[in-house]
Design a binder for this molecule. Sequence first.
Ligand code: FES
Length: 355
Amino acid sequence: MADKKKMSAEDILAACRTGGGDSPAPKAKAAAEPEAPKAEAEKPAPAKKPGEMSAADILAAARSGGGGAAAKPADKKPGDMSAADILAAARGGGGAKPKADKPKAAKPAAAAKSPAAKSDAQAARSGPMDTSSILAAARSGDKPGPMSKAEAAAKGSPVGATKPVLPPMPEKPAYAKPAVKVGASDENRRGFMAVLFGSSLAIGFVSLSATALAWTLGTARFMFPNILIEPPSKFKVGFPSDFAAGTVATQFKAQFGVWVTNVEYEGQQQIVALKTVCTHLGCTPNWLEAEQKFKCPCHGSGFYKDGVNFEGPAPRPLERYAIRVADDGQIEVDKSKTFQEQIGQWRDPACFVPV
Ligand code: FES
């Protein structure tokens, strides 16, 4: 038989396009006798494995709308389907139909496009779909997967048809509303003051200005010499009659650092001005009227009222300042000149006023 001959892929395709292949008789026969495929489908198909089918078998099965695939059990897994099964399912839809217990030829091919088939295809789409289900859906014209807005509008789907109507926004409470507006100039002034005193930039500028001012004042002070304001070196203490013999006037100690005494030195009564500085280490002694002596509080040196040392570590007598009777008859003390006893300066008439 010629259909048992091995055919190439081109031969198979040409036979499919012409509908006849190498043997037009089966087609004509099928057209003349439409009940023949049904009879063939009712006959049990030979238990040929898919790999053992020849091209003629595949073509015969395709032309008959079911062929050997009609006898294929409907619960065959998609992975186990042969080329003949797939072709038969594509042409006749018999392999994809869930009602596989009926012969494939008993159902016309248009039955795949019936409403029942459509619903079956849609039901199958919701779960895992096998190859026949996909093909049935493709034949029915339904496009699986997401739809565009135009498709959805054509099908009357609510997807993207209308926008949801949102409820109106509630009105703002009174406390959330802005306060009464002040003038633009007030706002500007407040903003300026906030920037001037409230921002870190303003604090930085104020600190910088204060530092610059301190440096300026310091530099200006450096331009002037330090001046020690002292009491005048010459001052008047009163008339000679104000100082009785053997007395010590202490009222000038605090202001001028001088004791004015009327004492006898080397057999001569003199009014002298003694310096109130200890000759040991420079402390200030005190006049002790009861003991008739000057006593140093630091190391205990003692001096007579004429200034000569007699106890303690002081190495020499107190010093004298220059003294004289001024033109007005008052005694004037000059602290710019001092006289020391150990070198014989006390004999200088400039350091005493004879009484
Ligand atoms: Fe006056 Fe030492 S300082 S006794």
